[in-house]
Write a protein that binds this ligand. Structure first.
Ligand code: SER
Length: 321
């Protein structure tokens, strides 16, 4: 078997985080140790890259069968409906986000899995939370269904840890910026779309106002942080709901100016839509002192480095397309 005896299932492997986390896990633990799964059928890309299973996480029996057949010991459960899509269809978002998590937690309990990772979000914080350097235990009171599902999910994670000893670990991701797979249905998606348009068309209409400042993180840092959290000794994990994690904080106009340092021709206009209210309800920056203390979290990418890396990688992708 595998030298480290890990058998890992990634749920939501075709999404923005899953795409890169699957690659990182395979690089670390071996291609065959990591089964990618998503609700979409396999395609050439997924099957060529390594083991793949089509799975709808709402089908608990199918999840349990897969876990048993493949002797899964670790699950990274990433499938979720994000903030903006959630507001279009709140009950659907609740169903997918909550029932999906509960299915994973129950299967993990019944099959005695070793470890679970589940992402929470800065969306747990609502208008009552401190806007600047929002602390780990800042008042939450989310105003989106996405945020409600995340804060409830955090409590379920802690419940399974305390009641059943299940080693569930979680990070409250800020907006994630990456070039591999697009985000979908989130409020922070503008910070990815602007890079694509800077390269493709040279103009971008932003759906948030120019002074809207949100917490963000480059995907390289997010993936590294996730692996570091999962490998930290259990006794150093003091937070069993979900860790605040901070990396970047910038306004839409500041990001545009950073990209314009490399692409001065980029034109950005601002036309806030319904996502503005969601963004306004969230903190602008996050205090991650507890993650730094407990498991040594430290981001590597500042906004300048992130922008250079995004433009270089997207430039290569479009040039080779
Ligand atoms: N990026 C997410 C969203 O915008 C926040 O977790 O919904």
């Amino acid at each position: 078997m595998y030298s480290n005896k890990k058998s890992i299932l990634v749920i939501g492997a075709l999404g923005q985080i899953g795409t890169e986390l699957t690659i990182a896990l395979r690089a670390k633990y071996g291609v065959d140790a990591v089964i990618a799964s998503d609700r979409h059928p396999a395609n050439e890309k997924t099957t060529e890259a390594g083991p793949y299973a089509q799975l709808n996480v709402l089908d608990k029996a199918a999840l349990q069968t897969l876990v048993q057949e493949k002797s899964i010991t670790y699950i990274y459960h990433l499938a979720a409906v994000l903030s903006a899509t959630g507001e279009q269809n709140p009950l659907m978002a609740w169903d997918i986000n909550m029932q999906g998590l509960l299915n994973v937690l129950e299967v993990a309990r019944e099959e005695k899995l070793e470890q679970i990772f589940w992402p929470s979000s800065i969306a747990v914080f609502g208008p009552d939370a401190p806007k600047v350097d929002c602390p780990q235990d800042g008042v939450t009171n989310p105003s989106t269904v996405y945020g409600i599902s995340k804060i409830a999910g955090e409590q379920w994670c802690r419940y399974y840890f305390e009641k059943y000893g299940l080693d569930v670990r979680s990070i409250r991701y800020p907006g994630l910026i990456s070039y591999s797979a697009p985000p979908g249905g989130g409020t922070t998606d503008y910070a990815v779309a602007i890079f694509h348009e800077a390269i493709k068309t040279g103009s971008y209409e932003c759906f948030l106002a120019e002074d809207t400042r949100l917490p963000m993180l480059y995907m390289d840092d997010a993936i590294r942080g996730t692996l570091e959290l999962m490998e930290a000794p259990a006794e150093s994990i003091s937070i069993r709901t979900s860790y605040n994690l901070s990396g970047l904080s910038f306004s839409a106009a500041e990001l545009a100016a950073e990209i314009q340092k490399h692409k001065p021709e980029l034109q950005v206009t601002y036309k806030p839509d319904s996502r503005q209210a969601i963004a306004d309800s969230w903190p602008q920056s996050i205090d991650d002192a507890v993650a730094r203390k407990d498991w040594g979290w430290k981001p590597k990418f500042d906004v300048g480095l992130m922008t250079e890396d995004m433009l270089q990688n997207l430039g290569e992708l479009y040039a080779n397309a």
